[in-house]
Design a binder for this molecule. Sequence first.
Ligand SMILES: C[C@H](O)CC(=O)C(=O)O
Ligand SMILES: [Mn+2]
Length: 337
Amino acid sequence: MSKIKITEVALRDGSHAMSHQYTVEQVKTITKALNDASVPYIEVSHGDGLGGSSIQYGLSGTDELKLIEAAVEAADFSKIAVLLIPGIGTIEDLKNAHRIGADMVRVATHVTEADVSKQHLETAKELGMETVGFLMMSHMAPVDKLIEQAKLMESYGADTVYVVDSAGALLPDQVAERIKALRQALTVDIGFHAHNNLSLAMGNTLAAIKQGATRIDGSVRCLGAGAGNTQTEVLAAVLEKMGIETGIDFYKMMDIAENIIAPILPGTQEITKDSLTMGYAGVYSSFRLHAERAAKRYNLDSRDILIELGKQKIVGGQEDMIIDVAAELAKKNKITV
Ligand SMILES: C[C@H](O)CC(=O)C(=O)O
Ligand SMILES: [Mn+2]
């Protein structure tokens, strides 16, 4: 039986869908339940990672260090992970997260900017943390570029390098090609993070596993940005049917989805016109709520904003451009606000 290690991301990627308003009580309850279901890794941070709470990315309802602390206290089996985007999160943020008990850091960069992860990956290694390099918007780079960038992260000390389909834009053959190439080029573990904007999260995840990815992300009840991620409880069941071990009790996961997550969802995690447009146009999944707010403000169809963001290749960290693009479209269409 082969083995896959799942990282549950509802308490980090799902923070986008929750407008970063998780409470200490929610984090405690969810972490304890995930821990009891034997989920190996649970990621807890602002949706945009450590230090993400800001006007630009969305203000957190509760200081994320309090949330991470609550998760660390609630877990005696699961390891607690944090996400860090260099430039948003700092070395100081990383040290604080480590001090209160975070075991693993995932250092995330745009797919062509792995060089900015060096200092953070090296510091995490010195602190004794498990390290992951997280190559966001992987659909935007050709395979040879992806390999070059992944090798950089490996050389900085990443224990695992992830292909991150931030826009949910990749097709199964494109995922397979990328994972296969990385498997051949790297010695460290390979991971895959999907978004379900084109309804391909599960198919893409299985394609990644077939080509040798052993670290996989899931979000319970699909609680992630855009249309959410690969649904953890479904993935655990599918992998069990395939004879692939995750160690997760999927019966308990179903209960978490049904009884703990469903009641707190701001809306159902489905493929809406906006998430579908993001997958189609290759737009960062966490832009969904920002684009919907801009559409309201400028009296526009949010899909037009998203298509334009895709055309202009706007990437994570450029959230301010969403308003610029909306204002430009409104001007072009002579819409008064
Ligand atoms: C900061 C992003 O939300 C990280 C992520 O989950 C992705 O790129 O996808
Ligand atoms: Mn994501």
